[in-house]
Design a protein around this ligand. Sequence first.
Ligand SMILES: Cc1ncc(C[n+]2csc(CCOP(=O)(O)OP(=O)(O)O)c2C)c(N)n1
Ligand SMILES: [Mg+2]
Length: 641
Amino acid sequence: MPNHLGQAPTRWARDYVFDILSELGIHHIFGVPGTNEIPIIDGTSYPENKVEYIECLHENIALGAAMGSARMTGLPGVLVVHVTPGIAHSIGNLFNAARSQVPLVILCCQQQNELVTQEPLLASNLVDLARQYTKWAHEVRAAEELPLVLQRAFKEAMAAPNGPVFVSIPWEFTMREIGPDDKIKGVTRISPHFTGAPESITQVATALREAKNPIIIAGDAVGYANAWTELQHMAQLIGAPVLLQTFSSVANFPNDDCHWQGELPGTQAGVQGVFKDHDVAFLCGFSNQAQITIFKYSDGALIPPAVRQVYLSNNIWDIGKNYYGEAAVFGDIKATLPLINAELGATPSAAAAARNGHLAALAAKRQQQWNMYFVEALAEPNILAVVIAQALREEINKRDLNKKFVYVHEAVSDPAPFQYLLPFGTAGAAPISYYCVGGGSLGWSMPATLGIKLSQQGWQQIDAEFVVAATGDGSSLFYPQTWWTAAHRKLAVLYIITNNHEYHTLQNGLKQLVAAYGDAPGYEWHPKDNNTDPSYLRIESPVMDFVAIANALGGLAGEVVRTPEDVKAAVRRGMDHVLHQRQAYILDMRTAQNPPPPPSTDDATGSTRALVQPALNVFHQQSQLLSNAGPDDNQNAPVIF
Ligand SMILES: Cc1ncc(C[n+]2csc(CCOP(=O)(O)OP(=O)(O)O)c2C)c(N)n1
Ligand SMILES: [Mg+2]
């Protein structure tokens, strides 16, 4: 826009950033300011740049928010973070972004180029800090290099497989004056829709046709490719159960399809139990392949050697990463699956059809079991996650919010009810309707809600009218100051705290440690006094007042919910608040604490038995029962981490 003298406005090197954002249609920069970043942030003050600066109160919030934005828009999330501590604070979510292959461009403003060697305040080797969690990490060598580097950074973040990129810019470079026509021409975009080579497609199809008992693993790249339909078609053609990769980042397969069996378990024996009776495994877009904490080589490989493995991925690294794959298709999942399906024939074989029938019957049985479980949970003294998930499901359906909701998951010790009961089916959702991350660095969910809600439209034909996060009490306490930004930007998100006053995941972890190492020769490790409920795994003294925290940080409203029968009305009030008042709301759900262990067989006193959650994975229930039952007798044994 010309200035008042009719001349072209002054351009500085920082405007290269806005050239790119404008070309790609990116409208947010997330960050925490430092002096060095002001010249870039100032660019967001020009309305013609159409970029808002989203002020966060911790860099890991900014990073998590940028991830949420990237997930929704399908474009890189963009950050400006401060030198050394700024990028250091964001490493937790940067690691999550790397594991979940989220496209990000992180701009970090280094101290002055001529000064860095003299070790000024805050200066250090920034590239070394970020490198291992990025596709590319670079410090700009000369001001003239900036357009080249920015172009490459955005190109690389968006090229398959997506991922974070880090650019350190000596900060005075951003203020160099540049000519009015000195603009970045564009960002190279490499189409991700490439198909695999025909010979490898035939190999995979042949192995799947020969299989007597195939299994499909749907990894994150399936969800990112928006390839539900194509994978459902394959599951039907070969009659295979479908498991999502452990700790999936998105809903990689629709939960209303009878082939869906939930996520792969998070234990060595559990994973082995899933694979052991299958002859062929189709590992599709499978990225995080060893999401477990306790592993012993002496107990055997996660995928038993007798299982023939065939792969499809758009990421070479993930193909045959840990095992020999006898067939490997390198290609886009959505573009390539139809080619494999075409070779599988038009209809399922008789054996595949019989397996499909079996899977449908099991899915119907599972639904009955969960209906019963929900009714029983209502009669419990404390709130179980199933009651919250069922309330959300009913309200989402009743308010016709299908394809208009995003569920953000960090209720880490009890994921199954949310994954099964929320309407993540073909009519109600898309893969990105479910948000989680593969890294496990706590504090991802509340930050992500900011970027999700800001983006509104999701690239997979969903929108973010209703954004709800379920976050454990421990997890939520990493970044409660997220609520200030939510209030400041009027981001109406429903925040559900699954508040059990403890790190329940770690209590589970401790019990699994004792089970694995308590009697193991060379270890025989046990906690002091064999206490499996140490006070350092509880967060109850003093008890936290989440509603007061939200009120203090953002003037936000909320309520404490204490009993199962109060959950439905509270969820309704919360949804009314976020949908109509357009402000965030907090539901502090007092969930059941460390459930009592099931009575041992010689316990004749008949002490109370914890309600047993039905399995999601009904197909492998028998082979898994013994190996996978968690410390809470939870057949869906959540990951410990
Ligand atoms: C940044 C970070 N710190 C610590 C951990 C270890 N950790 C894994 S799960 C967990 C407990 C989570 O507790 P909470 O959010 O209350 O959920 P609950 O298990 O009680 O459902 C912790 C501390 C981690 N994964 N990431
Ligand atoms: Mg907890």
